[in-house]
Structure formats: structure tokens, C-alpha cells
Design a protein around this ligand. Structure first.
Ligand SMILES: [Zn+2]
Length: 130
């Protein structure tokens, strides 16, 4: 499960997950970043090593409404934040989750296009209102 670190989007709560039910990657916005792709590739390789003909596993990308990343669409906030973390300001605007359906679709496509991700994962798309 890839989702936002917002406390309103705790997947253990809204998906009813128990201990060891799922691997969860949480970051700002629940975005599929290069680091997240590497995490999924690592999990994939572990699974392929342990179970050569094992089952597919599903990757759920879940974004939500009223996400704090919406602040990245604000020029002043984005400029100050880019300076604060030392990145190009232009790279931050696309991280804003303003339309969860659109950003989830984009991020699932990003996962499917990543060479490091094998063919044994299925991406699913979920939006959540909060
Ligand atoms: Zn969020």
C-alpha cells in the first residue's frame, strides 16, 4: 500500500489491516517517487527470491482529497519549500495532489513504466475522500 503520511489516511484504519497484513509505504502525498519505485522493486525481488513461482502481489496507490500537498500549488509556499529542501521548484508542483483520481492514475502508470518493477505486480487505483 502506497499512501500519504497524513494521519487521516492511516491504511491500518481505513483498510482494516492487521499486523503483517500488508507492507505500507507512506510519504508526502503517497506519490510514486524514484525512492518508492526502489522500495517496490526491493519487495518484488524479495518475493521472487523466496517464491520463484509465487503469486502476484498487488500494489495499491491511494491518494486522498484535501491533501496537504495542495500547498505545493501555491507559488509562495512552493518557492519557500524548494529553498528549504534544496530542490528545483519546478519539480514540486507536480507532487501536489489536487485531483486524487488523476494523480493515482499517473502514479500507477509510473509504476508500470518503471524498468525495475517486474511483471508480477498489479497496480490498483483508489481514491479516498476525507
Ligand atoms: Zn495527503
Amino acid at each position: 500500500v502506497i499512501t500519504c503520511l497524513d494521519p487521516r489516511t492511516d491504511p491500518a484504519h481505513f483498510l482494516g489491516l492487521g499486523l503483517s497484513d500488508a507492507m505500507v509505504v507512506r510519504n508526502v502525498g503517497g506519490r510514486v517517487t524514484p525512492e518508492v519505485i526502489n522500495d517496490v522493486a526491493f519487495i518484488s525481488q524479495l518475493g521472487e527470491t523466496a517464491l520463484l513461482d509465487g503469486p502476484l502481489f498487488e500494489v495499491a496507490v491511494i491518494h486522498h482529497t484535501q491533501c496537504g500537498t495542495g500547498a505545493l500549488a501555491d507559488d509562495t509556499f512552493r518557492h519557500r519549500y524548494a529553498n528549504r529542501i534544496g530542490v528545483e521548484e519546478s519539480s514540486l508542483h507536480e507532487q501536489a495532489v489536487l485531483d486524487p483520481r488523476a494523480t493515482v492514475t499517473h502514479d500507477v502508470e509510473r509504476l508500470h513504466a518503471a524498468p525495475a518493477i517486474g511483471g508480477r505486480q498489479l497496480g490498483s487505483q483508489r481514491g479516498r475522500d476525507c
